[in-house]
Design a protein around this ligand. Structure first.
Ligand code: ADP
Ligand code: ZN
Length: 496
């Protein structure tokens, strides 16, 4: 055969071959008569006892269980029941586990899907899957729908273009959430680690309007989790779970479950009857080596974290009860490090300049403590500094709280401001925060004993709640407002 004949014989075959391959390939992504399966509803068996630590989250979710079990009682009283619950926390902290426990305790069918699986190539498929998922759940109510990685569809809308599919999927989810009626015994639980990125529409009342924080475990939590995951394992007498817990700061529930399993494997391979402490040590070594981003927090780092958090807590006590510390912790949550406080006890719209300065000092106290105790500072205060910058900027730019121009705003978008005024304005903002930082250092040095005391307690327990903090600081009287001593007034030259 010459070349031409070969070509004539083979070309159609190759052509049809390519067409068939292409067809098969596209079919894979086309909506089918039966939409791609979301995980089928099922009865799961996870008891509350399988979920260790997380007491606050469990308590809040108990209410959902109550509702599903005694719907009538809630309805009689006209109570609006939760529809969407957002579990907020990093991967492996037990969010799926909690959702399963809720389903299990309330005898509801459990449906689960990962939001990332909704975002498909062809328009409409993600939306169709969501529709199907809700339809199935309604048919098999009572049901819990668990949507993992909500941010995959729930990230702020993009406004068309490449992300139309994503938007359609999100819209469908909103439609479904709004389409619930009072009779539906379906509750949607979703998990996300990035609430701040979620589309605001998702968080409106009637949608995911409840947020439950699923915190990474502190030392007591880790011990409890180790307890759960060694329940079925024969432990040697030398295994001290408290000790293991102390050496695993930074690990999540999933890591710890894994750790227990690894320890059992080490023991089995050595042919012993019990899992020994050395098996846990070997497992820890392996697990820690395998974790790339998360690491076990070193003792040295722990000390810095402890003083940082203690700085915040002591300072919030020192400035009075305006921003009472709710909790201090050295368990990192990826947010403002180690410390939470409530906004002012009384609900007010107006705040004085002094109060803003106090707030700035509370935020700066973490870094100030690091400076005083270790003589050096870390990046751990980045979040704090951002808040401080925002507050000081608002004070000077918008609230007329600078001493250079107490009767007007000096916003960044005001082009009428002279260069001189802008320079003064910016230096006034800097002066405000610099002074607050000095004050924070002065106050914390003066109360070094209390600072040490809180830091030591944090090293021991990793988290301290409000009453524990109050007890530790009972003998410290709040100081008068430092802000009154803030620098001298500089007159503003002429008009702009
Ligand atoms: P998430 O959904 O937050 O990513 P998971 O719930 O899927 O985490 O956790 C994975 C596994 O880790 C669980 O199945 C369980 O074995 C273990 N685990 C996580 N958190 C806990 C916890 N608080 N108590 C007991 N086990 C936990
Ligand atoms: Zn801080």
């Amino acid at each position: 055969m010459d070349f031409e004949t070969t070509l004539i014989t083979w070309l159609p075959i190759i052509f049809f071959g390519v067409v068939i391959v292409l067809l098969v390939y596209t079919m894979r992504f086309m909506p089918r008569a039966k939409p791609a399966p979301v995980v089928k509803g099922s009865q799961v068996e996870v008891s509350w006892d399988d979920v260790a630590g997380l007491d606050e989250a469990k308590e809040e979710l108990q209410e959902v269980v109550d509702f599903l079990r005694n719907r009538k009682r809630f309805e009689r009283l006209g109570a609006r029941v939760p529809r969407g619950i957002l579990l907020h926390g990093s991967p492996g902290t037990g969010k799926t586990l909690l959702a399963k426990a809720v389903a299990s305790a309330s005898g509801a069918n459990f449906y689960s899907a990962s939001a990332s699986s909704f975002v498909e190539m062809f328009a409409g498929l993600g939306a169709a899957r969501i529709r199907k998922l809700f339809e199935e759940a309604r048919k098999n109510a009572p049901a819990i729908i668990f949507i993992d990685e909500l941010d995959a569809v729930g990230a702020s809308r993009t406004g068309g273009g490449f992300h139309r599919e994503h938007d359609q999927t999100l819209n469908q989810l909103l439609v479904e959430l709004d389409g619930f009626n009072a009779r539906d015994e379906v509750i949607v639980m979703a998990a996300s680690n990035r609430i701040q990125d979620l589309d605001a529409a998702l968080l409106r009342p009637g949608r995911f309007d409840r947020q439950v924080n699923v915190a990474p475990p502190d030392v007591a939590g880790r011990e409890a989790i180790l307890g759960v995951h060694t329940r079925d394992k024969p432990l040697a007498a030398d295994v001290d779970l408290d000790k293991v817990a102390r050496q695993t700061a930074g690990l999540t529930g999933a890591d710890l479950a894994n750790l227990c399993n690894e320890a059992a494997i080490f023991a089995a391979r050595s042919g012993v009857q019990y899992v020994r402490f050395t098996d846990f040590e070997a497992a820890m070594e392996r697990i820690v080596a395998g974790l790339q981003q998360r690491r076990v927090v070193s003792d040295k780092e722990k000390r810095i974290l402890a003083y940082h958090a203690a700085g915040h807590a002591v300072m919030s006590h020192l400035v009075g009860d305006l921003f009472p510390a709710q909790k201090a912790t050295i368990v990192s949550r990826g947010q403002a490090l180690g410390y939470t406080f409530n906004t002012p006890a009384e609900d007010r719209y107006l705040h004085t300049r002094e109060e803003f300065v106090d707030l700035i000092m509370v935020f700066l106290a973490g870094r100030a403590a690091e400076q005083i105790v270790f003589g050096r500072i870390t990046n751990g205060a980045a979040n704090d500094l951002e808040r401080v910058t925002d507050i000081a900027r608002s004070m000077v730019f918008e609230f007329g709280m600078s001493e250079i121009a107490p009767s007007r705003t000096m916003r960044a978008d005001n082009y009428a401001l002279s260069e001189e005024t802008k320079r003064l304005r910016d230096s006034e903002q800097a002066r405000l925060t610099d002074h607050a930082y000095d004050e924070a250092q002065r106050l914390l040095s003066k109360h070094r004993v209390s600072l040490d005391r809180v830091a030591e307690a944090l090293l021991e327990k990793e988290t301290l709640d409000r009453s524990e903090l109050e007890a530790l600081l009972a003998d410290v009287r709040p100081e008068s407002r430092s802000s009154e001593t803030i620098g001298t007034v500089r007159a503003l030259p002429g008009r702009d």
